[in-house]
Design a protein around this ligand. Structure first.
Ligand code: G6P
Length: 472
């Protein structure tokens, strides 16, 4: 039995340069938690970019040796590689196109060349650790070519790939000049996972039209190999959020907010700054709600957290300006001396504060224009320990497939969103509890640990089938 290697663009740690040296903050994200028990044991390892640009060789050595103690291995990238591979092909080509923003997508040959080159660097780094009997689990759109690059070197390795963002319909995907190469890269895997069945369908349809392979119940034959494609809706660490919401720290944190939020109903909204999240539309819907239901002025506060992200990419810079202006305009239009309609924060918050915000909020407004899954809505659900509260959720989030007891809206329909806020505010407590109970049972059952187990087990099953086929 070999070891397990996890590969993602980002390592589950954030490293920052401070005046007195480098600081390491472990990531609190769902993936890091879910895979924690795997990569931290034995000689397993997690490979990825440390998230910062390092030139100094001593610093590289220091990072490598510190991460080694935590079973992590850094893949260092040059400034140009970060610009063309990460900001370029990953976040100006694949990200917008896969989220159904073809007009935001740039098709740049230089970005593509660097994307191939960086996937090759990841491959070489992986080969320093990997053998034919290892399990290799690759994550997300930054590394679509990696499965087949590794397959060519290690034909018998167990290679799993999971895509955390949507896979678009063929009509969108076909726009990519490098569409066939990308699919062939992914097809080096034994198992390919997506969040939803729709993503699976879209992927299989593109494989059929561009590579000419038919599937049987998600199973493809790639030369002599089986490649299975299936959906694995990702969950959260439910008990972590549930326990945090019940903790003394969270209760103290809520008390420390004093009367600021206590006097009004609170709607929580938390996202990375990203145009796929539909933040301006959400703000406009809140504006419309205040216009259509003026009695609620002074009675409801939108608590909006926007976490800085990809701030070197132009579209993200522009979006930041747009959001700042909209918040200012809406607060200026409706605000009163003793009431600010939108409390807006452009920064990240510690876990206890998030737990407090989820727990105290009456409504969560999660309205992405497109989202692979969206875990914020699941975190809100797990934090509502008294089972009151209402989730308003976009039908464009993968999570909407599982969370049918939310108020499901179309994020492009502003009047519908404004009405959903009103419906949530007047929803009888009994109905809130009934819906929340259903939502909690889904999110609790399919948590992150269950997700990791299911994926790993399916990868095992494909390998067994492959083995049986080869001995026949
Ligand atoms: C999404 C992607 C991840 C990515 C994360 C943060 O969740 O699916 O692959 O790591 O956003 O984005 P960043 O560009 O900061 O890594």
């Amino acid at each position: 039995m070999g070891k397990t290697i996890i590969i993602s663009n980002r390592l589950p740690v954030s490293i920052q340069k401070k005046e007195d040296g480098l600081s390491y903050t472990p990531s609190a994200g769902g993936l890091a938690t879910g895979l924690g028990s795997i990569y931290k044991s034995g000689d397993n390892v997690w490979l990825g970019w440390p998230g910062l640009y390092v030139t100094n060789e001593n610093e590289k050595e220091e990072i490598t040796s510190n991460l080694k103690n935590e079973n992590m291995a850094p893949v260092f990238l040059t400034k140009e590689e970060i610009e063309k591979f990460y900001e370029g092909f990953s976040n100006t080509t694949l990200w917008p196109l896969f989220h159904y923003f073809p007009s935001y997508t740039s098709f740049d040959e230089g970005y593509w060349e660097t994307y191939k080159f960086v996937n090759q660097i990841f491959c070489e780094e992986t080969l320093k650790y990997a053998h034919n009997d290892d399990i290799i689990w690759i994550h997300d759109y930054q590394l679509l070519l990696l499965p087949n690059m590794i397959r060519e070197k290690l034909p018998n390795a167990s290679i799993g790939f999971f895509q955390h963002i949507p896979f678009p319909s063929f009509e969108i995907f076909r726009n990519l000049p490098w569409r066939k190469e990308l699919l062939e890269g992914m097809l080096g895997s034994d198992l390919i996972g997506f969040h939803t069945y729709d993503d699976v369908r879209h992927f299989l349809s593109s494989v059929n039209r561009l590579v000419g392979l038919d599937n049987k119940m998600g199973e493809l034959r790639v030369e002599e190999r089986i490649c299975m494609v299936d959906s694995f809706p990702m969950g959260i660490d439910y008990s972590k959020f549930d326990m945090a919401a019940r903790s003394e720290n969270t209760i103290k944190e809520i008390a420390s907010y004093g009367e600021f939020l206590g006097n009004t109903k609170t709607i929580v909204s938390i996202d990375r700054l990203d145009y796929s999240k539909g933040i301006p539309d959400r703000l406009l819907a809140f504006d419309l709600f205040l216009e259509n239901y003026p009695d609620y002025k002074g009675q409801v506060t939108l608590l909006m957290i926007v976490v800085p992200s990809r701030d070197q990419v132009d579209l993200y810079k522009q979006l930041k300006v747009e959001i700042d202006e909209l918040v200012g305009r809406i607060n200026g239009k409706h605000g009163k001396i003793d009431w600010t309609p939108i409390r807006y924060f452009y920064r990240s918050f510690p876990f206890t504060s998030l737990s407090a915000m989820y727990r105290l909020s009456d409504i969560a407004l999660v309205t992405p224009l497109r989202d692979g899954m969206n875990l914020v809505c699941k975190e809100f659900i797990a934090s509502k320990i008294d089972q009151t509260g209402v989730l308003i959720l976009s039908e464009m989030a993968g999570a909407a497939k599982e969370l049918s007891d939310a108020l499901i809206i179309n994020p492009n329909n502003l009047p519908e969103m404004a009405d959903a806020i009103y419906k949530a505010l007047i929803m009888p407590e009994e109905e809130q509890i009934r819906r929340m109970d259903e939502l909690q049972s889904v999110v609790k059952r399919y948590d992150i640990h269950n997700w990791v187990q299911l994926f790993m087990r399916s990868l095992d099953v494909v390998k067994e089938k492959q083995y049986e086929m080869s001995v026949k």
